[in-house]
Write a protein that binds this ligand. Structure first.
Ligand SMILES: C[S@@+](CC[C@H](N)C(=O)[O-])C[C@H]1O[C@@H](n2cnc3c(N)ncnc32)[C@H](O)[C@@H]1O
Length: 280
């Protein structure tokens, strides 16, 4: 097959270098099949910076601290949607109703929040569970990617992102854009007020998260990490949960083997295996 003509020279070792750097920075373990994806995403950075080769880009990365964030932002995969894996939100609604907190709000950490659809789905679930726009719940939403967090904090989406939601939900929780915002929706202020966004790299040795959490959503991010990183993260997260707290994983992420840490209580829903977690 004829070699594809590329704008920038891209050698096998360039791809390996990207894999290594991304792994070190984010824990993301890119498979060999991602070499074309890496090229097209980083070619945009080279163009934006006016660089003519991948080697020049690697030197630029070494010299400019701020480029690291762009590098990571360019290479993350941010696929998400409102009420993705809806059964999790049904289970959460039940949990919220059955586990009121006498002292202070129920605390949820959404640890790979992407563009915000997941934390806003959590906020909607909480509002519906308590039948109030001001439920006793706080949601902390984080991601490594600052680009997606900016989108998330704005809470503005194209109409087709909310297409599959019921009319009642759309009416209650979204405002339709007019004029220049035609074709867009914005989440209601009360939804935004329930969620605090901040950047957290799950690979960092310390997270700015208080222990005693009620719920952790960590969905569809562990799949990018290798087994040992997954185990370490799971262990650290479970320690932040109180004894009856819930850990939600993505549909293809299984921790059934980690019986010393968690026990399965629903479809990819786990509870800490006592002891090792905070008391309630
Ligand atoms: C496929 S999205 C999943 C979004 C959402 N949790 C869901 O299930 O719909 C994966 C997210 O994980 C984030 N991510 C990847 N590596 C990360 C890391 N080391 N720390 C925090 N977030 C990370 C990516 O930026 C991306 O937004």
């Amino acid at each position: 097959m004829a070699e594809e003509v590329r704008e920038f020279q891209y050698r096998a070792e360039d791809f390996q270098q990207v894999r290594r750097l991304l792994y070190e920075r984010s824990g993301i373990s890119l498979s060999e099949s991602k070499d074309q994806m890496v090229y097209s995403r980083l070619a945009r950075r080279l163009r934006a910076l006016g660089l003519d080769s991948f080697s020049a880009y690697f030197s630029h990365l070494q010299q400019r601290d701020d480029e690291w964030q762009e590098f990571v932002n360019a290479l993350t995969t941010n696929l998400t949607s409102f009420f993705r894996e809806n059964h999790h939100f049904e289970a959460l609604a039940e949990y919220l109703q059955q586990h009121p907190r006498p002292n202070g709000p129920i605390r949820i950490w959404c640890s790979a929040a992407s563009t915000g659809e997941e934390p806003y789905s959590l906020a909607i679930t909480a509002m519906e569970a308590f039948n109030s726009l001001h439920p006793p719940v706080r949601i902390m939403a984080s991601d490594i990617d600052t680009g997606v967090l900016r989108t998330a904090a704005k809470g503005v989406y194209p109409l087709n992102r909310v297409e599959q939601l019921s009319i009642a939900r759309k009416k209650r929780f979204f405002l339709r854009g007019k004029g220049r915002q035609e074709g867009m929706v914005r989440v209601r202020d009360e939804l935004r007020d329930l969620v605090d966004f901040q950047q957290i790299n799950l690979l960092d040795p310390r997270w700015p998260v208080e222990p005693g959490l009620d719920v952790i959503f960590c969905r569809n991010v562990m799949i990018y990490f290798d087994k040992s990183t997954q185990q370490q993260l799971l262990e650290r997260m479970v320690k932040l949960l109180h004894r009856h707290g819930l850990f939600f994983a993505g549909h293809s992420e299984s921790f059934v083997q980690a019986t010393h840490l968690v026990r399965l209580i629903g479809r990819t829903i786990y509870q800490p295996a006592y002891p090792g977690s905070c008391p309630p």
